[in-house]
Structures are given as C-alpha cells and as structure tokens.
Design a protein around this ligand. Structure first.
Ligand SMILES: CC(=O)SCCNC(=O)CCNC(=O)[C@H](O)C(C)(C)COP(=O)(O)OP(=O)(O)OC[C@H]1O[C@@H](n2cnc3c(N)ncnc32)[C@H](O)[C@@H]1OP(=O)(O)O
Ligand SMILES: N[C@@H](CCO)C(=O)O
Length: 356
C-alpha cells in the first residue's frame, strides 16, 4: 500500500531527571522535538516497521530540521533525500539550548555559576527522549559540527541502537584550534556590560568572529565581493554589513548562557577518553556503519581530522566509508550545499547495517 507523509509537527516530552557529567541535575527535564513521518505514525503512537532517521542540530540550530524555515529544509520532504513517506524523521532541540528543551532559565535547570555541559549530556538527553518514544533502533543518525559530535557520542553510548551514522564536518575530539576560537568568543560575551541577561553587542561580535571561522575565503569573496572603493570606518565594505547582519540576527534569537553552554559541549567533546565506568576510548565502542564526511575548505574540522576519525572507527571494527563535500563556503557548507549534501544522505541511508 502506498504511504503518504503527514504534515511535520513539533512535540514535547517530559523526561526523567538527568544527572550531568560534570555535576548538576536537570529536573523537570523536557525535550522539544520535531517529527515528520507517514500518516498514522505519531510520537504518541509509533507505527511498526517505519525506520527512524535522527537528525542532530549544530550549535545554534533548533529541532525544526525540515519544513518551512528548517535548517535542512531543501533535503527533507516527499521525493527528497530524507523522505517522510519512507522514514520517520525526528530531531530534538539540544539540552542546554534555548529552543524548547531544558536549558538556562527553564524550570529545574541548574542555576549554578560556571555550569559545564558536554556532548555526552546532550546525547544522554536524546537517549532518554528515544526511550520515551519507544524507539529502540535508529536506521540513520546524522548531524554536522556539534551535531556530528553528538552523533558519534550516541553511537558510543548505545552501540547496538544506532545502525548507521553520518558524522559531518566534525572530529573525534575538539582540537585546540576549536577550543581556542570558542574561548575568544566567550571572552567577548563576558565583556558586554549586560552579560549575561541583557547581552547585546557582545553576542553580536562573538557571532561575527564565529561566522568567519564557519566560512572560507573563496566563498566570502564570491558572496561579499569588494567594491572598487569603500570606507571601512563607516562599514562600507559588504563583508562588514554582512557580519553586522549576522551578529544582529543571532542576538535577536539566542541567549548568552545557552550560547556558552553549547560552546562548552564542543570544547569538552573527546571520544578518545573512556566513557564513565569504562576503560577504553569511547570511540572504540562505536559499532554503527559510518559514512565520515568532511568539507574540503573547512578550517575548523579539517579533512585530516576526518581521516583520523575514520581511522579510529576502522580500528574499532566499524564499517567505514568516506566522502568529501567540495565547497567554496567552508565549515557551514553542510547547511548550504544542498546538491552535494542530498546524494550523501541517500548513500548513508543505503549503507549496509552492521552485523549484529
Ligand atoms: C530557530 C532558528 O532560527 S535556527 C535556524 C537554522 N539555522 C541553523 O541551524 C544554523 C544557523 N544558521 C547559519 O549558520 C546560517 O544561516 C547558514 C549557514 C545556514 C546560512 O547562512 P545565511 O546567513 O542564511 O546565508 P548567507 O551567508 O548567504 O547570508 C544571507 C543573509 O545575510 C544577508 N546579507 C547578505 N549579504 C549582506 C550584506 N553585504 N550586508 C548585509 N546583509 C547581508 C542577507 O540579506 C540574508 O539575510 P537574512 O538571513 O536575514 O534573509
Ligand atoms: N552555523 C552553525 C554552527 C557551525 O556549524 C550554527 O550556527 O549552528
């Protein structure tokens, strides 16, 4: 019988309390999710036999992966690479963010100063959400950047649950380069006189700095070409007004404490360390068949790091394939290059499942 996709929707889950890896407890724990699947397959009532695709958003994304305004809108939908006629496509807002899941300011979220969050905490919250929904196997899990870190962490925490993973533009552990950029961004936030509750210019400038690391020189030259003459003191170069626009956009949609917590999850990501209670590198637990994808112009998570990640996964005994996205745009190409991304997603969905 042909299947028909329903409309995408947002849903809320009440989850068990979560003890955080570096101390603190999330009480009144909740997750906001986004769901697109066949007619009749709902968060309240799973239809048997619908394979699940779990999408994990990056630093400042939200659960809304597809549909109008979704961060992967062009690759999700009937007839597209991720087709809700065929797959149950879900995404959760990351723990500690500001788009509906437990995070700074929400009831029961720890209020201690200098709270630290890790990619393990985000992954554990997502495991609790999958438990609550009754999803025991995930056909494909994917995400870029921080989303890739959480993807790898999920596959290390629950190796039997995740059949295929597609970590994009990410690494086995955050490099000193990544931690260094995040450090500078954090110091900029803290210089703002309104930090943290009434932050303004600090969040804008931190985002401007970050945007330059998310892009690459050739793409900026194409999209923000230099005019023959401009005044830089008055912001007359297109790249200047572009960065101002990007900074203002984030200031209007994100919170300083949530931004800091998400930066920390990247900093602390290190699957070369054992998981709590284990003694081997976390990455060696991954069993999922994996397509490791890098971006040739990515200055944050380099192709060399993707090779290192693939090496660790092969050593762990996982089936591993590699692909490279070629782009002018650098790290954020995974949020921009739809024609390159779509066949990669199609390939990942078709990977052979690991022998159980
Ligand atoms: C809940 C949520 O909103 S989450 C939204 C989903 N986003 C994410 O998940 C990640 C966050 N997003 C991003 O990192 C980025 O938006 C990306 C990587 C997806 C794409 O970058 P974009 O900013 O859309 O593309 P691009 O770099 O071409 O910039 C386009 C924007 O800059 C503006 N712009 C472009 N050039 C200039 C310029 N010279 N001067 C001023 N503004 C400019 C455009 O008008 C456009 O503005 P708009 O976004 O308000 O419509
Ligand atoms: N541009 C991404 C971060 C880098 O992947 C975001 O804002 O979520």
């Amino acid at each position: 019988m042909p299947t028909v996709a329903a409309s995408p929707r947002i849903f809320e889950l009440a989850l068990p309390d979560l003890a955080l890896e570096r101390g603190g407890m999330v009480r009144s724990h909740r997750a906001r999710g986004w769901w697109w699947s066949r007619e009749g397959d709902t968060p309240e009532s799973l239809q048997p036999g619908v394979p699940t695709v779990l999408l994990i958003h990056a630093l400042t994304g939200s659960a809304q992966a597809g549909g109008q305004g979704g961060w992967w809108e062009p690759v999700i939908g009937p007839g597209r690479a991720l087709d809700p006629d065929q797959f149950r496509i879900i995404c959760f807002n990351n723990l500690g963010s500001c788009y509906g899941s437990s995070g700074p300011g929400s009831d029961g979220f720890p209020t201690v100063r200098n709270l630290e969050l890790t990619s393990i905490d985000i992954a554990r919250a997502q495991l609790l959400a999958l438990d609550k929904l009754g999803i025991t196997k995930v056909h494909l899990t994917t995400g870029g950047s921080l989303g890739g870190m959480v993807t790898l962490t999920l596959a290390a925490l629950a190796p039997a649950r995740f059949e295929r993973i597609l970590p994009l533009a990410t690494s086995v552990a955050a490099s000193a380069w990544v931690v260094g950029w995040n450090h500078v961004a954090r110091q900029i936030l803290r210089l703002d006189p309104g930090y943290p509750d009434n932050i303004g210019r600090g969040l804008e400038i931190a985002r401007q700095l970050a945007i330059l690391t998310y892009r690459a020189e050739p793409g900026l030259d194409v999209r923000q070409p230099r005019p023959a003459f401009a005044n830089s003191a008055s912001g007359g170069y297109p790249i200047q007004s572009y960065l101002e626009h990007q900074g203002a956009k984030l200031r209007n949609r994100f919170a300083a404490q949530a931004y800091e917590l998400q930066l920390a999850t990247m900093d602390h990501h290190d699957l070369l360390q054992p998981l709590p209670g284990d003694n081997r590198p976390a990455i060696s637990r991954v069993h999922a068949t994996t397509l490791v994808v890098d971006i040739d112009t990515d200055q944050l998570f380099t192709p060399a790091q993707a090779e290192v990640l693939a090496g660790h996964l092969r050593k762990a005994g996982a089936r591993v394939e590699r692909a490279t996205m070629s782009s002018l745009h650098g790290h954020d190409a995974f949020l921009m290059e739809w024609e390159t991304l779509a066949p990669i997603l199609t390939r990942a969905l078709q990977l052979e499942a690991p022998a159980s």
